[in-house]
Design a protein around this ligand. Structure first.
Ligand code: 4AD
Ligand code: MG
Length: 447
């Protein structure tokens, strides 16, 4: 580390640089890029909040300052002092006339920053995810992610929900035994949670309207652009809620989140390259169709040659089916009442058609697929015991859960929204791997 100068001007962040127009400020960050044109240097600095182009004129600064900027390497950490100048042509509207610079750590030429501004393959970038997150587009995605999480929590906090945190280490499955991650819990067999749902059903009976927000785990062996093995879910759960109540809640929540991102993260969405006009169309009411009608649409799609196989009633919707259905609408599509056999053990049957579950999947538009899955929960003790056995689940581990049906059982329900799926849709990303700082997938545990 070299320490050549001490900056005396007040520290400013790039995102708020406009407030300092005409003033001299200090920016603490990194060199993103450097262009040279005769006696002028154009370093681009980033500080985590944004990027700004600096201008260093040879005849306006001390020779050491000019030389130290000139020899700066990509991602070297620097503290710069300069005067903020409004410039309509500059991407953020401002440039910095650099007067002084302090190099905090210079990246050596012999071992340069591995991610250059040219294209890299995705495997290389994933291997360098710890550095890739510095790229302005990746940083913008992470800011949108944070906004989505905050929006979801603000919405629920402001609508009478209490946050109740479920355990991560659990003794039993919630979403099927084939995707459990086993953990050796002293002498006992434990698993990483697949969903907080069962536990927040208990807290909903205590507090009425609750939610959980936390990491969930699925040992997904498939390599798809929608699946992670570790992902974050926001799960509201409501005592006395019906399926219609849940659909309304899902609609309001999604609408609120999209509006928030448009209000507060428009600039980031632009950096990401998102077509925001698509998001501006998202407002209630969202279309609601039954599984039966979805099957009809899929069969028509096959007859018209848009789908490769003819969908049979009774099957679960696969990714191509979801993509096909959701691409027919420009708002999220709610598909309700799936056959009980393709859904989880805890779902309440439809009293009109007991072969169907009172459940809903929300499919994001533009082919992004399922972002929310939820249902009314089974209220009957006897039927729940029967389902636990049919699904080959150990009744012993669910004794506490069955208690909820013995002591003041009420109709209730909730849903889970996958944060990464929501981020992928709102940011318009090909793959969920870019939606989380450090994705965990099949064959991806590093960095
Ligand atoms: O549909 P799922 O499996 O539902 C549940 O876990 C319920 N217990 C939730 C509830 O009712 N409280 O998962 C809910 C959502 C999906 O719609 C999807 O957005 C996301 O979680 N999700 C995944 N996201 C990334 N990778 C995976 N492997 C995911 N599996 C589910
Ligand atoms: Mg689901």
């Amino acid at each position: 580390m070299q320490s050549t100068t001490t900056m005396s001007a007040p520290v400013a962040t790039i995102s708020e640089i406009g407030a300092h127009s005409g003033q001299t400020v200090t920016i603490r960050g990194w060199l993103y890029n450097l262009r040279e044109s005769g006696k002028l240097l154009f370093p681009i600095f980033r500080d985590g909040t944004g990027v700004i182009q600096g201008v260093v004129a040879k005849n306006a600064v001390a020779p050491e300052v000019f030389d130290s900027v000139k020899s700066l390497t990509q991602e070297s950490s620097v503290i710069v002092e300069g005067k903020v100048r409004a410039d309509r042509r500059a991407p953020g509207g401002y440039e910095l006339d650099v007067s002084n610079v302090q190099v905090v750590q210079r990246v050596p030429e012999s071992d340069p920053y591995p991610i250059s501004l040219k294209e890299h393959g995705v495997d290389f970038l994933m291997e360098h995810r710890h550095l890739w997150v510095r790229t302005p587009r990746q940083a913008a995605i992470l800011r949108v992610r944070a906004e989505i999480i905050k929006a979801a929590r603000d919405f629920l906090d402001d609508h009478g929900f209490t946050l109740t945190d479920p355990p991560i280490l659990t003794p039993a499955a919630c979403e099927g035994t084939s995707t459990l991650f086993p953990v050796d819990y002293f002498e006992e067999q434990a698993y990483l949670t697949q969903s907080g749902q069962l536990y927040i059903e208990a807290t909903a009976m205590a507090l009425g309207k609750v939610y959980s927000f936390g990491p969930t785990f699925r040992a997904e062996k498939s390599k798809t652009r929608r699946h992670l093995t570790e992902f974050w879910m926001v799960e509201p759960e409501v005592a006395y809620a019906t399926l219609d109540d849940l659909m309304e809640l899902a609609e309001e929540l999604i609408w609120f989140i999209v509006k928030r991102c448009l209000e507060r993260r428009r600039n980031d969405l632009q950096i990401i390259g998102r077509d925001v006009t698509k998001l501006e169309k998202i407002e209630p009411p969202f279309p609601r169709i039954s599984y039966d009608d979805a099957v009809k649409m899929l069969q028509e799609g096959f007859e018209r040659g848009s789908l490769e196989t003819r969908f049979q009633w009774g099957g679960d919707l696969g990714s191509p089916d979801e993509t096909y259905l959701s691409s027919k609408f420009d708002k999220p599509l709610m598909v309700h009442r799936y056959p009980a056999t393709v859904k989880a053990f805890y779902m309440e049957p439809d009293p009109q058609r007991p072969d169907l579950a009172l459940c809903v999947d929300v499919l994001a538009p533009e082919g992004y697929g399922e972002i929310i899955g939820g249902s009314q929960r089974m209220a009957s003790y006897d039927l729940l015991v029967k389902r636990i056995h049919e699904h080959n689940l150990p009744e012993e581990a669910f004794k506490w859960y069955l208690d909820l049906r013995k002591y003041g059982s009420v109709p209730h329900g909730g849903f889970g929204m996958g944060i990464e799926r929501a981020v992928a849709w709102i940011c318009g990303l090909e793959h969920v791997r870019e939606t989380i700082p450090f994705p965990r997938m099949l064959h991806r545990l590093y960095p």
